[in-house]
Write a protein that binds this ligand. Structure first.
Ligand code: ADE
Length: 335
């Protein structure tokens, strides 16, 4: 086994150093249906000693696409290399990576939609025929040589399949989506991670963390690490609901499970645009976040929780939540 060689863009050193990453499908909590299917596909490929079909995983960031790929590599007893679309700047970067793969290894490319067209084109023959073109020499004497590479599995991760070009999308044998987690699943992930960290948190405390995690394990684990910091300094043996509540308040989360930035976003639409609609770019400029982060990280949760609506003319506060938010931010009773 080759291990993990490159860091995924969205994972920090802190996460990698302290995180519990499940090694088996049994330890992976949630995504039940997908997990069952992937367990069968990997087992079948392993029995045939063949690479798994190329797999496209889509869904919001932080839901465990990398983790699932690591489990698949573990189950098939093969290596995995992890990189991201924007990291592969030149075709040579990708060719080098592809040439270094052992038979049946997994190549995980996060944010695969952010690869340049020329780099993407290298993938076509690599995925289909397990061959790459390399250029030897320079200038007029340069020659293109078509070389074989070991059969491998590409796992591509993207937030939306629509962002992928049709030729690339059609080369994946399996396309699957990951969904947001339920509060109970996130509670169990928090408890499992806490146990790995040898940190005591009550089930109620863990559920409170879960409610503030926007359906996303990565956020749940991040909050857990902060709760652990506060508990350590306060010499608190076990983080109970009350303690977790205090920490969450200090982290800027409120009792609705909204972060300071969620609240700022909603309050800006309310204050400056009477509830909207307002264009995403204007909103991003006003609150000082980049457009992609708003769209991929903040918005999905606010849409899902019914605070926000997308219209042709921009974002607006959902009518149902308007009275509540007016009261919350402006201190006005409902109209
Ligand atoms: N640990 C256990 N289950 C997990 C999951 N689904 N995602 C991330 N970490 C996990």
């Amino acid at each position: 086994m080759d291990g993990i060689e490159l860091l995924s863009m969205h994972e920090t050193q802190e996460e990698r150093a302290h995180d519990f990453t499940p090694q088996t499908f049994e330890d992976y909590i949630g995504q039940q249906e997908l997990k069952q299917k992937l367990a069968i596909y990997t087992q079948a490929a392993h029995m045939r000693q063949e690479p798994l079909d190329h797999l496209l995983l889509f869904g919001p960031p932080g839901l465990g696409k990398t983790t699932l790929s690591q489990i698949m590599a573990h189950v098939m007893n093969v290596g995995i290399k992890i990189c991201s679309g924007p990291m592969l700047e030149r075709t040579g970067d990708l060719v080098a990576l592809l040439s270094s793969l052992q038979a049946r290894d997994i190549l995980f490319i996060d944010e695969i939609h952010r690869m340049s067209t020329t780099v993407e084109e290298v993938l076509y023959s690599a995925m289909e025929h397990f061959r790459v073109d390399i250029i030897i020499g320079q200038g007029a004497g340069a020659k293109s040589v078509n070389l074989p590479i070991n059969p491998f599995t590409l796992v591509g991760a993207t937030t939306k399949t629509g962002m992928l070009s049709a030729p690339l999308r059609s080369r994946f044998g399996i396309t699957e989506r990951l969904d947001f987690y339920t509060a109970e699943e996130l509670r169990d992930i928090v408890l499992q991670t806490a146990s790995f960290l040898q940190f005591n948190i009550t089930s109620e405390g863990a559920l409170r963390v879960a409610y503030c995690s926007r359906g996303t394990p990565r956020i749940a684990k991040k909050i857990l690490r902060r709760v652990r910091d506060f508990a350590q300094v306060a010499r608190k043996e076990i983080a109970d609901l009350h303690f977790v509540d205090d920490v969450l308040t200090r982290l800027g989360m409120d009792s609705d499970g909204l972060s300071a930035l969620d609240n700022l976003l909603l309050k800006t639409i309310l204050d400056n645009f009477h509830g909207g609609p307002v264009g995403l770019e204007t909103l991003a400029a006003l609150i000082g976040e980049d457009k992609e982060t708003l769209e991929q990280v903040y918005e999905p949760f606010l849409l899902r929780m019914g605070y926000l609506e997308k219209t042709a003319r921009g974002r607006q506060i959902a009518g149902k939540k308007l009275p509540y938010l007016k009261k919350k931010f402006l201190g006005q009773e409902s109209i």
